[in-house]
Ligand binder design. Structure first.
Ligand code: PHE
Length: 459
């Protein structure tokens, strides 16, 4: 690599890109219904706790490894140690991460394509193109494939432009827009009849479920998915940060990264929480309009049924506002998905670009084409493969990879010897609470907790 490595131009740019990666479909449709069906305010508490106890330390592990090694996940983990065994394990973990990121993108792009279709539908109506609107509405392999292709091309167009001109610029534009649309929709929905019942269902805590292992696992999976962990996206974003000094810790004092990471985790939780202030009231407004919002066994309709059935039925009942509300809602979903999908694609693209003679454009094109081929495979085998891939990648693979990354960061990157070296070089380094607790925490506590939760879920 003769050229200097790409980097984020400002901390704000990094913050928007990393928060953009974190805030996605997981926050807007996953979190609120998960919370509503799992004890409301009590789930919120468990989720916050798990985010800061498990997911935040793992996020820091990725960001720190990335910033120290200045490389993609594969090269970074492979190069952390000289020993053949750890090099091999690093390679394994790196490949696992890249594979998982690509598989997640392959199903994510399908769902995001549906969102794009739902956004284009009211536009087609506005432009008096009823045939197009009908085609977008009817479920078909062609529609799913073409919408997924459109969304994948959007993702590719941004990633191919590079880190600062593509990822950073577009995240910094899209994230404020996303927040604006979200707030506007909440203000509107809260004025409709039934909204307050939704707030009640969302926020009133039901503590009877708090020790339930299923709830814990669901909250952990949600937290790992939401912070984009284990698959090398956060690691590669960390690798585009400038290294502060010759080593961690600036001469003036403490390292800013723990604070930046905490801001990403906090913003991610905030947006998930705020999305609930839209989704739950919307569900109860729909109920007040006569739309069925509960399933056969009395559970709240969630997932695809919620987004593609309950909410569109609600929008349809809003008269004049219908077109604008659906445009805004599905623009929100598409934007949230796009800032996440660019980070997923960046993981394999950075590895291809740095490890093969391919240019960034070529790497991006190749990775996007392979992932789109997998998406097509899923579209043609929806019934057998779709849920399987989602469960394997998000429930098991992500927490397991996160566990591996914690071990690498704790035992190799920040071994006792290295911490002592850093302290010797910079007296100010390592005195904050973070540096006193975190190395121990990711070496032992975090991996054990993740493991305990996974074992629980298998029993
Ligand atoms: N965090 C994203 C969301 O909540 C999903 C994601 C997973 C993004 C893994 C990147 C990597 O939707």
């Amino acid at each position: 690599m003769a050229q200097p490595r790409a980097h984020f131009t400002t901390s704000f740019g990094f913050l928007m890109a990393a928060t953009g990666s974190a805030v996605g479909l997981g926050n807007i449709w996953g979190f609120p219904t998960n919370a509503a069906s799992n004890g409301g305010g009590a789930f919120l508490l468990v989720y916050l706790l798990l985010t800061f106890l498990l997911a935040y330390p793992a996020l820091m592990a990725e960001l720190l490894i990335g910033r120290e090694r200045h490389a993609n996940i594969l090269t970074a983990l492979e190069g952390l140690s000289e020993k053949p065994v750890t090099r091999f394990l690093g390679r394994l973990l790196g490949f696992g991460g890249l594979l998982t990121a690509s598989l997640i993108l392959s199903f994510y792009a399908i769902v995001a394509g549906w969102m794009l279709g739902k956004f284009l539908e009211p536009l087609a109506q506005l432009l008096a193109l009823p045939t197009l609107a009908r085609w977008l509405e009817a479920d078909s392999l062609w529609r799913n494939g073409l919408l997924c292709l459109m969304f994948s091309l959007l993702t590719l167009a941004i990633v191919a432009r590079g880190v600062s001109a593509g990822i950073e610029r577009w995240s910094a534009r899209l994230m404020p827009l996303l927040t604006l649309i979200l707030v506007a929709l909440i203000v509107y929905v809260l004025t409709l009849p039934g909204a307050i019942d939704g707030l009640r269902a969302y926020l009133l805590p039901d503590f009877s479920r708090i020790g339930d292992p299923a709830l814990l696992l669901s909250a952990m999976g949600q937290a790992f998915f939401s912070l984009s962990l284990g698959v090398g996206t956060m690691l590669v974003y960390g690798s585009y940060l400038h290294r502060q000094a010759p080593a961690l810790g600036t001469a003036e004092g403490e390292d800013p990264l723990p604070r930046l990471g905490a801001s990403v985790a906090l913003l991610d939780c905030c947006i998930a929480f705020v999305a609930g202030l839209l989704i739950l009231p919307a569900i109860y407004v729909a109920q007040a309009q006569g739309v069925a919002v509960f399933g056969e066994s009395g559970e709240l309709l969630a997932g695809p049924q919620l987004v593609f059935q309950v909410l569109p039925n609600l929008f349809a009942s809003l008269g004049q506002a219908k077109v604008w509300v659906s445009l805004a809602f599905f623009a929100l979903m598409t934007i949230a998905a796009l800032t996440s999908s660019i980070s997923m694609l960046e993981a394999p693209v950075s590895a291809l670009n740095e490890r093969t003679p391919l240019s960034r454009d070529q790497s991006a094109g190749l990775a996007a084409a392979i992932i789109f081929a997998v998406s097509l495979l899923l579209i043609f085998n929806m019934a057998s493969l779709f849920d399987l891939v989602i469960n394997l990648t998000t429930r098991y693979s992500q927490p397991l990879l996160g566990l591996g990354l914690c071990l690498f960061a704790g035992w190799i990157l920040f071994s006792n010897r290295r911490l002592a070296e850093l302290r010797a070089r910079n007296a100010a380094f390592g005195h904050s609470l973070f540096w006193r607790i975190w190395p121990w925490y990711v070496r032992l506590v975090c991996p054990l907790l993740i493991l305990a939760m996974l074992v629980q879920s298998l029993r």
